[in-house]
Ligand binder design. Structure first.
Ligand SMILES: Nc1nc(=O)c2c([nH]1)NC[C@@H]1CN(c3ccc(C(=O)N[C@@H](CCC(=O)O)C(=O)O)cc3)C=[N+]21
Length: 297
C-alpha cells in the first residue's frame, strides 16, 4: 500500500450543487421540464442507469417518463417513437440510452432527435456546435467532468490536458469542451505509441477507455489532477463483483487530486443530464412565449 497524497474529488457534493442550480431554474418555468428516456432491451447496466436517472429527475423537480422497448424492437419503430417525441410540445428532453441492440444502427437514431431536445448532445448538429466553440447541449459525462473541475477550482486555461480514449460519448466531446476552456488538449488512444510518455505530459489527465487500472503511477506527472471516467465491473478477491476505474489506486500517491469510482464522474453525468434538460426546457418555453433563449455553457 502506498500513501494517499491525492485530494479526493468526490462527485456527490459537486453533483448536488449542479442539481440545486438546475432545480432553481426549473422552478422559474411555467411547466416542469419533462425528460423522456428511451431504453431498448434489458441490458442490466442500462436498466440500472436509467432507473438512477429517472429517480434523480424526480428529486430535481423534473418530470420524467421512461419508454422501455423490447430487445427485438425494429429500428423503424424506434425512429417513429423519436419522431412522435420530437413533435410533442410537452417533451423537452429526449435521451436514447446506449448501447442499442446490434440490429439498430445508432447514428440514424441519434440524428433523428430534434437537436433542441437532444439532452445527450450526440446529434451531429450539437457535435458541430461544440467543435466550433458555440453554445450547445454538451454530452452529459464530458460536461459533468467540466462541472467537476469547476466545482473544485481546478484551473484549465493554458494547462495541458491529456484524454485517454476517443469515444463519441466521452473522449471526443471532452476534447472539444477542454479546448473551448483554453486547455492544450491531446487525445491518446489504443494506437498511441508510448502512452506513458504522452500521459506524463498531463497537468489534467482523463482516463476514459474502460480498461481497469490501465493508468499506473509511472504514467502520471507528480501533482497532476487525474479524472477517472472508467466504470469497470470486476470480480474482487472477495469473489464479489464491484466497480473500479481506469486508474490504478496507487496513482493517489502521485497525483494531487483524483476522482473515485464509484462516486466521482458517474454522479456528475446524471446531474448534468438534469441541467441539460432544464436548459432545453428553458429554451423551448421561452421560444413559445416569444423571448429569445440563449443556450449558455
Ligand atoms: N445515451 C446515453 N447517454 C449516457 O449518458 C449514457 C449512455 N447512453 N449509456 C451508458 C453511459 C454510462 N452512463 C453512466 C451514468 C451514470 C453513472 C453513475 O451514476 N455511476 C455511479 C455508480 C453506478 C453503479 O453503481 O452502477 C458512480 O460512478 O458512482 C455511470 C454511468 C451514462 N451513459
Amino acid at each position: 500500500m502506498t500513501g494517499n497524497a491525492a485530494t479526493v474529488l468526490a462527485g456527490p457534493p459537486a453533483a448536488t450543487a449542479v442539481i440545486a442550480a438546475a432545480a432553481r431554474q426549473a422552478a422559474t418555468l411555467e411547466r416542469p421540464p419533462h425528460l423522456v428516456i428511451v431504453r431498448v432491451g434489458d441490458d442490466p447496466a442500462s436498466v440500472s442507469y436509467v432507473r438512477g436517472k429517472a429517480k434523480k429527475a424526480g428529486e430535481s423537480g423534473l418530470r420524467s417518463t421512461v419508454h422501455a422497448l423490447p430487445e427485438t424492437t425494429p429500428s423503424a419503430d424506434l425512429l417513429a417513437l423519436v419522431a412522435s417525441l420530437n413533435a410533442d410540445p410537452d417533451v423537452h428532453g429526449i435521451l436514447v440510452q446506449l448501447p442499442l441492440p446490434p440490429h439498430i444502427a445508432e447514428e440514424p437514431v441519434l440524428a433523428a432527435i430534434d437537436p433542441d431536445k437532444d439532452v445527450d448532445g450526440l446529434h451531429p448538429m450539437n457535435i458541430g456546435r461544440l467543435w466550433s466553440g458555440r453554445p450547445t447541449l454538451a454530452p452529459c459525462t464530458p460536461a459533468g467532468v467540466m462541472a467537476l473541475l469547476e466545482h473544485y477550482g481546478v484551473p484549465v486555461a493554458g494547462r495541458r490536458a491529456v484524454i485517454v480514449g476517443r469515444s463519441q460519448l466521452v473522449g471526443r466531446p471532452l476534447a472539444g469542451l477542454l479546448l473551448a476552456a483554453d486547455a492544450t488538449v491531446t487525445v491518446a488512444h489504443s494506437r498511441t505509441r508510448d502512452l506513458g510518455a504522452v500521459t506524463r505530459e498531463a497537468d489534467i489527465l482523463v482516463a476514459a477507455v474502460g480498461r481497469a487500472h490501465l493508468i499506473t503511477p509511472d504514467m502520471v506527472k507528480p501533482a497532476a489532477v487525474v479524472i477517472d471516467v472508467g466504470i469497470n465491473r470486476v470480480v474482487g478477491d472477495d469473489g464479489k463483483a464491484h466497480l473500479t476505474g481506469d486508474v490504478h489506486p496507487d496513482v493517489a500517491a502521485v497525483a494531487s487530486a483524483l476522482t473515485p469510482v464509484p462516486g466521482g464522474v458517474g454522479p456528475m453525468t446524471v446531474a448534468q443530464l438534469m441541467a441539460n434538460t432544464v436548459q432545453a426546457a428553458r429554451r423551448q418555453q421561452s421560444q413559445t412565449s416569444g423571448v429569445t433563449g440563449d443556450l449558455v455553457r
